[in-house]
Design a protein around this ligand. Sequence first.
Ligand code: ATP
Length: 212
Amino acid sequence: MAEAIGVLGGTFDPVHFGHLRSALEVSEQLNLAHVRLIPSARPPHRNEPKANTQQRLMMLHLAMKNADGFIVDDRELNRDGVSYTVDTLISLREDFPDNPLYLLLGTDAFLGIQTWHQWQRLLDLAHIVVIRRPDESMTMSEELNTWHQQYLAVADDAQYLAGKIWPVTVTQLAISATAIRTAISAGQSPQFLLPDAAIQLINQLGLYRNND
Ligand code: ATP
C-alpha cells in the first residue's frame, strides 16, 4: 500500500512547538510517511493573520529546515479566494491518488467542523485525526457526536485511503500562536515555545511587536 500522508493546515502565525510536537506524535502513532504543513492564505473563520503570507511561509521553511518527516506545502498560497480545506484535499487527492491522507485537526477545530465549507465531503477525501488539545473538553453537539461515532476508526481501517475519524492523544503543550504574539508585543521572550530559526526571523522583521 502507498505511504500514508498527514496534512496539518493552519495560519502558523507563527508556527510553534504545539503544532510540531503534536504532528510528530500523530505521525509516529499512525505510521505516516510525512506530514505536510499547509499555511492558509485567507482562512474563512478568523481575522487576517498578523504576519503576511510570505512571512508565515518563511518562518515555516526556516523552522522545518532540518526536520525529517515534514514538508512545507504552499498550495493554498497559490490559490485565489478563500482557503477552504475541502479544496486543499481535492488538490492533494489529485497529487496522491493512492495514498491514505490524514487531516490533522486540533479539538477546537474539530468541534467547529460543521461550519466548514462542504464539511461532509472531507471524509470522502481523507481520514480525520482529532488531536486532543490542552484544557479543552470534547463536548460535541448531538449531530457531531453521531457523525463521530459513525465514522470512528478501528485498527484495520488504516488500509483505507479516507473515511475514518481517528482520535489521537498527544503530549499536551498549552502553546498558542495568540499567546506568543501577545508575549512578543509585551516585550517578553517567546524562546522555547517555537523553533529558534522562526524567532530569529520574527526579531529580524520586527513581527508581532504591535498586537493591535
Ligand atoms: P491562534 O492562537 O492564532 O489561533 P493556533 O496556535 O491555534 O493559532 P493555528 O495555526 O490556528 O494555531 O492552528 C493550526 C492547527 O494546529 C489547528 O488544528 C489547531 O487546533 C492546532 N493546534 C494549535 N496549537 C496546538 C497545540 N498547542 N497542541 C495541539 N494542536 C494545536
